[in-house]
Design a protein around this ligand. Structure first.
Ligand code: PEP
Ligand code: MG
Length: 590
């Protein structure tokens, strides 16, 4: 059902608020407004220096103990990668420079421990908050949480994470620790006023399988504790004062969704073909290695995108050759004989900033992706070596991110060929026919595809960045995300231009942006000529189910209508009609 149809169901008091869909799923339940106790910092003057130093040691020890418990719990409930988020917090608590500066403040300025902790953390935070980089701001909130943890322990207070009943937790800003610890109770969903898709809270909610909607400013003032609301984590909606019709609708959805999850287990071995017998290859996007088993269980036919920058993210620096080989071999062996596509580090922009000293006024248009790697040829070469050495099963492909010109591809290919030569000279085995490809995610490169075909074997379309650069809208900025029109007519036309160009030059094409994971978009993408989709593992079965029940011929007709449309709303109308017809024919309610 589309947003318009949900609106039709609502009663006079019902309020539907749109936010960012951070983790899929639905929930109906009572609100629990989680307001962090406002910790007051007591006056600056110390009792005695020894007393304050002792109190600091006690609070640091207790904070570390608490965090270690969170790490243990995350390991049990989630995995090593998620626990890593908190290991990084523990490292801050153990940072000798920070602790020394707090101690100095206590001793030399004769301040209280609380005041010293506050002052020293503030120095860090002020620095971090100078930016308008969403990711950095989110990390600053996490560091502030560490500060509050120490101060709470200096005040010898305890954190309460017990909930009386199953609730929807609503907060201004949920920290990663809150997100994990609340799950010791029965949390139905998470909602927060702050945060974006890339926040650790969103990542954790997805991993915990708890629906979440984030980025709704001013929401708490509109809510009351214990009142029932609906959270729609698929569409990013919060529904206040839901009437009977809305409640019925969502109860049905919750029921269908859980049935469907079970049913899809049976689908994993079914070949993905349209009703008129065209094979559509469904691959998965892998962010972290522990997603591999889930992707395989979902019936994925390979990896269309492995985001290697996450190896950097986990380690805090570039992984060395051996670490990379270990990761890539893990991927290629587990997916064998299916293909895995390893994308070289996509660093910079909204992603990881590897050089803290280097600040850009315009990082989205700055030093990122392949530009950065070409300036650091040793890093690129090490990565190429690791990818080549891992290609022994002959199911590995290499892909460059953020390509904007032919020159970049030529230069990177030169380094790639040079690396191959060196390996060969040293008798190291690799797949000599390894495929070399690029991401198409910067508009300029769409117009260079013909010339590029000499240098590349495949392309993967990254609609996340392509949309961002085509429409000049920051994809992570919650203020403008409404202008991020994923069905903008210009984007649909560009997507068609790409398949047309590549069809002529016989270059393989797939699509790995979020659009491919959007059920509504799938028939359109098929109709535009995309027959390989790389999607999020948890949505793969639903996408397969849809494809099994539609005809490519109908998708083509749909694509023609959308290509002739001049507004996003017209396109969405056609897509909704298509999905509705499909559901009607198959008695489905997605
Ligand atoms: C994209 O831009 O669509 C893409 C798949 O790459 P990423 O989301 O990693 O930037
Ligand atoms: Mg991208």
């Amino acid at each position: 059902m589309s947003f318009d149809e949900i609106i039709k169901l609502k009663g006079p008091d019902t309020k539907i608020i749109e936010g960012i869909a951070a983790a899929p799923g639905y929930a109906i339940g009572p609100v629990f407004i989680y307001q962090k106790e406002i910790i007051e910092i007591y006056p600056a003057v110390s009792l005695t220096t020894d007393y304050e130093l002792e109190a600091l040691d006690f609070a640091l020890e207790r904070s570390k103990k608490e965090l270690k418990k969170v790490i243990e719990f995350s390991r049990e409930k989630l995995n090593e990668r998620m626990a890593g988020i908190f290991e990084a917090h523990l490292m801050i608590l153990e940072d000798p420079m920070l602790i020394e500066s707090i101690r100095k403040n206590i001793i030399e300025d004769r301040h209280s421990a609380e005041y010293s902790v506050d002052v020293e953390f503030k120095k860090y935070l002020q620095q971090m908050r100078k930016t308008d980089d969403q990711l950095m701001l989110e990390r600053a909130n996490e560091i502030e949480d560490i500060k509050f943890r120490i101060i709470r322990n200096l005040q010898r207070k305890r954190w309460e994470s017990k909930l009386r009943q199953s609730v929807i937790v609503v907060a201004k800003n949920l920290t990663p620790a809150d997100t994990v610890l609340f799950t010791r109770n029965d949390v139905l969903a998470y909602v927060s006023e702050m945060g974006g898709l890339t926040s650790h809270t969103a990542i954790l909610a997805r991993a915990l399988n708890i629906p979440a909607v984030v980025g709704i400013r001013g929401l708490i003032n509109q809510l009351e504790n214990d009142k029932t609301i609906v959270v729609d984590g698929f569409n990013g909606l919060i529904i206040i004062n839901p009437n009977e019709e809305i409640l019925e609708y969502y109860k049905n959805k919750i029921h269908q969704y859980s049935l469907r999850k079970k049913k899809y287990e049976e689908l994993s071995n079914v070949i993905c073909k349209t009703k008129d017998n065209h094979h559509i290859k469904l691959m998965s996007n892998i962010d972290f290695l522990d997603e591999i088993p889930f992707a395989i269980a979902s019936g994925s036919e390979g990896v269309g995108l492995f985001r290697t920058e996450n190896l950097f993210f986990q380690k805090g620096t570039f992984p060395n050759e051996t670490e990379q080989i270990e990761a890539y071999l893990d991927l290629s062996s587990k997916f064998y004989p299916n293909v895995v596509t390893i994308r070289t580090f996509d660093i910079g922009g909204d992603k990881i900033n590897f050089n803290e000293q280097y600040n850009e006024t315009n990082p989205f248009l700055g030093w990122r992706g392949i530009r950065l790697l070409l300036d650091l040829p040793e890093i690129l070469k090490t990565q190429f070596r690791a990818i080549l050495i891992s290609s022994v099963y002959k199911n590995v492909r290499v892909m460059l991110p953020m390509v904007s010109s032919l020159d970049e591809v030529i230069k990177a290919k030169e380094i790639f060929n040079e690396t191959k030569k060196e390996l060969k000279a040293n008798g190291i085995k690799f797949d000599e026919n390894i495929k070399f490809g690029i991401m198409v995610e910067i508009p300029s490169i769409v117009y260079c595809l013909k010339e590029l075909s000499k240098y590349i074997d495949f392309v993967s379309v990254g609609t996340n960045d392509l949309t961002q650069y085509l429409l000049a809208v920051d994809r992570g900025n919650e203020k403008v995300f409404k202008s991020y029109q994923e069905f903008h007519p210009a984007l649909i036309r560009v997507l068609r231009l790409i398949t047309k160009e590549l069809y002529r030059s016989k270059i393989e094409v797939s699509i790995c942006g979020e659009l491919a994971s959007n059920l509504k978009a799938v028939p359109l993408l098929l109709g535009l000529g995309y027959n390989v989709l790389s999607v999020n593992e948890y949505l793969l079965p639903e996408i397969k189910k849809l494809i099994l029940n539609i005809k490519l011929n109908d998708c083509k007709k749909l694509a023609v209508k959308c290509l002739n449309s001049s507004t996003q709303s017209e396109i969405i109308k056609y897509l909704d009609e298509f999905i509705k017809k499909y559901k009607g024919e198959n008695n489905e309610s997605l």
